[in-house]
Design a protein around this ligand. Sequence first.
Ligand code: BJ8
Length: 384
Amino acid sequence: MSLRKNLPEIFDQFADARKNGFIAAKALKEQNIPMVGTFCTYMPQELPLAMGAVVVSLCATSDETIPEAEKELPRNLCPLIKSSYGFGKTDKCPYFYFSDIVVGETTCDGKKKMYEHMAEFKPVHVMQLPNTQQSEDAFTLWKNEIIRLKSLLEEKFNVEITETKIREAIVLKNFERRALKRFYGLGKLNPPAITGTDILKVLYGTTFKFDRKANIDEIEALTDRVLAAYEAGEKLERKPRILVTGCPIGGVTEKIVKAIEDNGGQVVFFENCMGAKAIEDLVDENEPDVYEALAKKYLSIGCSCMTPNPNRVALLDRSIDEYQVDGVIDVILQACHTYAIETISIKKFVNASKTIPYMSVETDYSTADIGQLNTRMAAFVEML
Ligand code: BJ8
């Protein structure tokens, strides 16, 4: 009997986790468990976890509420921001509805200004994120912002967040990161063991599973099963190997991955938030100062809102080699200036230093460009 049997159902369970999590979220609220909503990878999740809260990603991934958002926000704004604001405003996202507080950061201009308006209908706390990782002052600012968030959570929820609890949360989150790294590390196998579509289902679904320990066990068991099938000879066909980088993907932007894989490519690595950008580096468990440990991990995230942004290039450099990548696709959400401008340096790096093809694609949350995406991906894959 095929060892791969049932794997599709398991991947689909992850894909359905967002929908199924609504009931779990309601049950948690009925038990008075605080829920902290986030819009960004810079949010140090260990702090809410240390007070027994659950953390949920609120980044919206469909165009359903964009018309509503555009009644207030400019049309020429990133779809992620418009959609997220729209879901909040219309109460169409149960996770937003159940969140006791939303924590945002001063990342891109669009997001930080949107939070000002969101604060009119939801408790919002904005962390002042420096725009550089390269100065002592920036590090100190970020460390102090982490301490400020801790105090705010303590006050709002009338709890004490002890250093011991933070350390436990660091260890738990690191376990989860290791499990996810081992899972997406399956992408190194050549011929491949699983598709990029399935990798993304797990990475996306995992953010809506609230029992962290159960989630870790599930991911480890899934990785073991895929490996067992692979070792028994159940491998996928070799195809040109693609790395996806750029703005966050998930939800409707899975259309990019589908277009790559429907047209002869295989996504083997996701550098985006949701993928390695958020997970790759652990928090140092041996650092005596827990706030320094958190500040180091989170400030080093290679997002284009940092200037300069060498950590994105360093991660690409490593992963292109480790995952034997043949080509790079850079996803730009419409009106995301930082990622759009950074395409120049990423293209140069990929073409000149790694000597492989690169293509950037601008997209939004509609399905109107699927035909065009298919044409462009087919041409790109053909070239590899
Ligand atoms: S760490 S990628 S989650 S900021 S796509 S809203 S940047 S205009 S999402 Fe992001 Fe944090 Fe960075 Fe990750 Fe603005 Fe660009 Fe829109 Fe963006």
